[in-house]
Ligand binder design. Structure first.
Ligand SMILES: *Cc1c(COP(=O)(O)O)cnc(C)c1O
Length: 373
């Protein structure tokens, strides 16, 4: 049986968890949390990072930090996970869904400006499959209209964007804030887990407070205030040291994990080129300004019927590809709140995109051979 995903363990996870437990400090913000946060800041150039218990939590923190209020509008793709929208809906925002590009599920940056109104507060680009949105256009629009940019970088660890200035920047380091996921289906995992990256310094102090239940506990432990108490709204967004210890074992192997995933991805791409062109199927594209972190390998079929047939044939061979998002603008929860615009590219990806198994220990040739058969 070839599942869609199989979490990869580097071998050190339980050792570090044992160490965390033995240290007598297993709540959050201890040694392993610090190690992980420092690694991310140094490796990817985020100004400040805070581990969270999920990407969903990090997005909720972002919505609080940019002060989303009842009636504010937030622009994001419809082809995304529910958490991208929920985080802002929880604070009363109206979601304005943008259509995907023709060549990629990422939102079409050329159509964003027409969606901006006097109520727009933020744009939330989602880097689908770890491939960058066209960030220059998005950041320019945000600057022009005084908006915040929160990157949903859930799938985008160790992926990059090169802008007009020729500088290569890590995804998640470009917007004012960014959210990452370490859910077991992502490249780097801790079961459940996530991280908020803060690039606009004005948010750093408040982010720590919101993270620690609305208290200034972090400042207190650094000796910057002499007592701690309730100073703002917040929640319990920080993970325990047990989670951080697991994550650290993964981070030590980031390079190896990424290299293996990229090899798998390239193998898929080369092995399926002819098949795709013979059957009018699209392979994933990576624009010149983006890199590929091999988070996902997908096919875009010509119709839902073709996709269903492919999925069924592979399942009969015990290989488990899966389709992806059901457009949020036509979801049971949001359908009657959506402004009615037709988002045809989004719908096409909902109907036609299929993700193939991709994980460290995968034998890619087996999947390719069955597809070719
Ligand atoms: C995985 C994912 C999330 C949610 O991540 P969690 O860590 O499970 O909360 C949000 N957005 C996108 C685009 C994702 O792929």
């Amino acid at each position: 049986m070839i599942p869609f995903n199989k979490p990869y363990l580097t071998g050190k996870e339980t050792e570090y968890i044992t160490d965390a437990v033995a240290s007598g400090k297993i709540s959050g913000n201890g040694k392993y949390t610090q190690k992980c946060q420092q690694f991310f800041e140094k490796q990817f150039g985020f100004k400040k990072t805070l581990l969270t218990t999920s990407c969903t939590d990090a997005l909720e923190m972002a919505a609080i930090l940019i002060d989303i209020k009842e009636g504010d509008e937030v622009i994001m793709p419809s082809y995304t996970f529910v958490s991208t929208a929920n985080a802002f809906v929880l604070r009363g925002a109206k979601i304005v869904f943008a259509d995907s590009r023709k060549d990629h599920p990422n939102m079409d940056e050329t159509k964003l400006e027409s969606l901006i109104t006097s109520k727009t507060k933020a744009i939330v680009p989602v880097h689908y499959a770890g491939v960058a949105c066209e960030m220059d256009t998005i950041m320019d629009l945000a600057a022009k209209h005084n908006l915040f940019v929160v990157e949903d970088a859930a799938q985008a660890i160790d992926s990059y964007y090169t802008g007009k200035d020729g500088v290569k920047r890590a995804l998640g380091s470009i917007g004012h804030l960014a959210a990452f996921s370490f859910h077991e289906t992502k490249n780097i995992i801790s079961g459940e887990g996530g991280m908020l990256a803060i690039n606009d310094e004005q948010f750093i102090d408040r982010a720590e407070i919101i993270w620690e239940k609305g208290t200034n506990r972090s400042l207190f432990f650094r000796g910057e205030v002499d007592k701690y108490g309730w100073v703002d709204i917040g929640s319990s967004f920080l993970p325990s040291e047990i989670i951080a210890a697991f994550l650290w074992a993964q981070l030590e192997n980031l390079e190896d994990i990424q290299q293996v995933r990229k090899q798998h991805w390239e193998k898929y791409h080369n092995g399926l080129k002819q098949f795709a062109s013979d059957n009018d199927i699209e392979l994933p594209i990576v624009p010149d300004y983006a890199t590929n972190n091999a988070h996902m390998f997908y096919l875009v079929c010509q119709s839902i019927e073709q996709r269903s047939a492919l999925i069924e044939k592979l399942r009969n061979q015990d290989i488990h590809p899966v389709f992806h998002y059901i457009s949020l603008h036509s979801s049971p929860f949001y359908e009657d709140k959506h402004d009615g615009r037709n988002l045809s590219e989004t719908d096409r990806f909902t109907d036609c995109l299929v993700r193939l198994p991709l994980f460290y220990e995968l034998n890619v040739d087996t999947v390719i051979n069955q597809i070719l058969k």
